[in-house]
Design a protein around this ligand. Sequence first.
Ligand SMILES: *[C@@H]1O[C@H](CO)[C@@H](O)[C@H](O)[C@H]1NC(C)=O
Ligand SMILES: *[C@@H]1O[C@H](CO)[C@@H](O)[C@H](O)[C@H]1NC(C)=O
Length: 358
Amino acid sequence: MDFLCLFILLLLLFFQWTAAPAAAEISWTYTGLVGQTEWAQYFPYCGATSQSPVDVVTTQTKYDPSLIPLTPLGYNQHGYKPFTLFNNGHTAGILLPEWMGVSGLPWLFTAVQMHLHWGSGGPSYGGSEHTINGLSADAELHVVHYNSELYPNMSTAMTQRNGLAVLGILIVTGEETNLAFNNILNYLGRVRHADQSVSIPAFDVQSLLPKDLGRYYRYNGSLTTPPCYQSVIWTLFHERVQISKAQLLKMETILYSSKAEEKDRMLLQDNYRETQPLNHRVIFTSFTAESGKELSSGEVTAIVIGVMCGCVGLAVIVRFIVKTIRMNEPEKKQDVDLNMTSEGEKKEEPSLPPQTEP
Ligand SMILES: *[C@@H]1O[C@H](CO)[C@@H](O)[C@H](O)[C@H]1NC(C)=O
Ligand SMILES: *[C@@H]1O[C@H](CO)[C@@H](O)[C@H](O)[C@H]1NC(C)=O
């Protein structure tokens, strides 16, 4: 009897496995039954060898002088047509107009959308997908583009090599409010539930990016969500952008991953994937260690004071030397005079013949 039960159970499991719905229909999550450790069972690429995000170990990166600064195209020409803000249950983001793009990559890429990843514990509790030397930022913005030189649209490009270019921006918290981010955060309350979307006023997308678009990390990776296609040329900017703690808190606590009609509300939190093995890959940098080293205001002050002290010290020494020379001058002159008189008795040396210029 027990054996029969086991047999039936196994049969049911087998049936369930074979009758598993197509990958696109599976509702995955970050934790739980189809959480990120299970993704690879349903989406084979999620278990492949060039996955994202990754931890950037800065001592193991390689400088590539051919990596030129990225140029956002049309990011600040948003026009008057409203943007669409969405909550898809995994993230909140904005669909971007097709005239926006990015150059500075081997192909021209057309913008598709941008979205955010965040944590749940406020500042210093993680939330970013990429990490630098094992350290998380508080959140991360991704601006997604497809290769419009090689492919006709996003759905084709996302499955192909070099099909997508994603800009990754690490977000940290500080005291100041980042007004640019309020263009998104102010409207999150209108898309609290999964599958909701709303029109919001268009705004300057470039204002969300760091100022320095010349210094970044570059590697070949994947979508950080199922189906994890390995089609992404990643650019992770070295400069981070800063938002206030209140802004982070809003991002972390206002949205649900559950739909409006669902009784059990689930907060949309910790929607970031763990870092994946680098395997054979190399992370390239557009900058060298020296140019990448940012000086803190304290260090700058120290250098300025140091240089000033040095200058003052040098001036004092120079003045002392000059003074000493001047004090010794009359005696020296006397010596010279004496020498001259003694030498004057000697035969005058014949003067050199005038030099002729060639
Ligand atoms: C994308 O392009 C492919 C190939 O031309 C086409 O079959 C597909 O329908 C297009 N998809 C969309 C969403 O436009
Ligand atoms: C990404 O892969 C391509 C091969 O498809 C290679 O030419 C390129 O150098 C790689 N880029 C990086 C940053 O590793």
